[in-house]
Design a protein around this ligand. Sequence first.
Ligand SMILES: NC(=O)c1ccc[n+]([C@@H]2O[C@H](COP(=O)([O-])OP(=O)(O)OC[C@H]3O[C@@H](n4cnc5c(N)ncnc54)[C@H](OP(=O)(O)O)[C@@H]3O)[C@@H](O)[C@H]2O)c1
Length: 316
Amino acid sequence: MADKKIIAAVGATGAQGGGLVHAILADPKSGFTPRALTRNTAGDKAKALAAAGAEVVAADLDDLPSLERAFKGAYGAFCLTNFWEHFSAEKEVAQAENMARAAKAAGVRHLIWSTLEDTRRWVPLSDDRMPTIHGKYKVPHFDGKGEADAKFREQAVPTTFLLTSFYWDNFIYFGSGPKRSEDGKLALTFPLGDAKLPGIAAEDIGKCAYGIFKRGDEFIGKTVGIAGEHLSGREMASAMSAALGQEVRYVDVPPEVYRGFGFPGADDLGNMFQFKRDFTDYYTKARSVDFSRSLDPELQNFKTWLSRHAKEIPLD
Ligand SMILES: NC(=O)c1ccc[n+]([C@@H]2O[C@H](COP(=O)([O-])OP(=O)(O)OC[C@H]3O[C@@H](n4cnc5c(N)ncnc54)[C@H](OP(=O)(O)O)[C@@H]3O)[C@@H](O)[C@H]2O)c1
């Protein structure tokens, strides 16, 4: 244990960081050991991680000294922010800066930053194909993460920038699943046209991150993207129909209609899908499935994910 390399995982009680902690625990001969960071070490998820063999330590992304303590002695750090807790891209940037400063202070040798594109590089604020949100963003939950890449570079922390993909788990937990139309049929509604959406099982993000740590310095300073499969809306609906045993139709809507759906973040997500549709060549090429499988040999495609989780998709 003492000579193992510690990987400090932010978000260990959640989807991405949890996937990483479990991947390390499942590979006891690897030479790595997980340190799970959480604000609530007494919570059920923290207790379950400790019971599974992880070191659990308290840390809050808004509290720099707590992060410095949590990163101390760690070889690696997996870093993320959770936009959906506060809906603030500015807060994500500030939290990323705290992680970068703490990693620098602790001498972390390899940090993986779970990031996304700053879409303003493709769609400047002056481009009115999509509305500007909160005065200075096009896709706030992407733009803040992309903007925060600079914080790790400014601190000269050895960083791999990991571009993630749409979780298929959103069909279960995020309200993105099929809804019943007036005719009683299930419809999967996205403003994607015929564009393919790179998707992934959320747990595979952590497993791919583990693959990156295992490959040493190879990806430090680089941006790499991951996905389990690239599928059009029609292809996702067809796979869901087969897994659920009832028809799911794909319904394409214009992005402005999706932005008007009224749920919290609908404008942000409408712009996000429009970005993925309008820049599909760039967006899909940035997320190679073959590369992802080289990091995570157990990488799930959508059919495999459905075979394990279709029953959990709420059908209302
Ligand atoms: N849904 C998607 O399709 C998708 C795709 C790509 C990227 N993302 C991004 O993924 C991020 C969320 O990651 P996730 O899905 O893995 O998270 P999650 O399952 O929702 O869990 C959130 C995690 O973040 C930790 N956390 C949040 N605020 C914290 C703070 N102030 N200090 C310390 N820890 C904090 C929580 O830890 P404790 O509560 O235990 O402290 C928890 O482990 C979002 O920013 C989202 O934009 C989502």
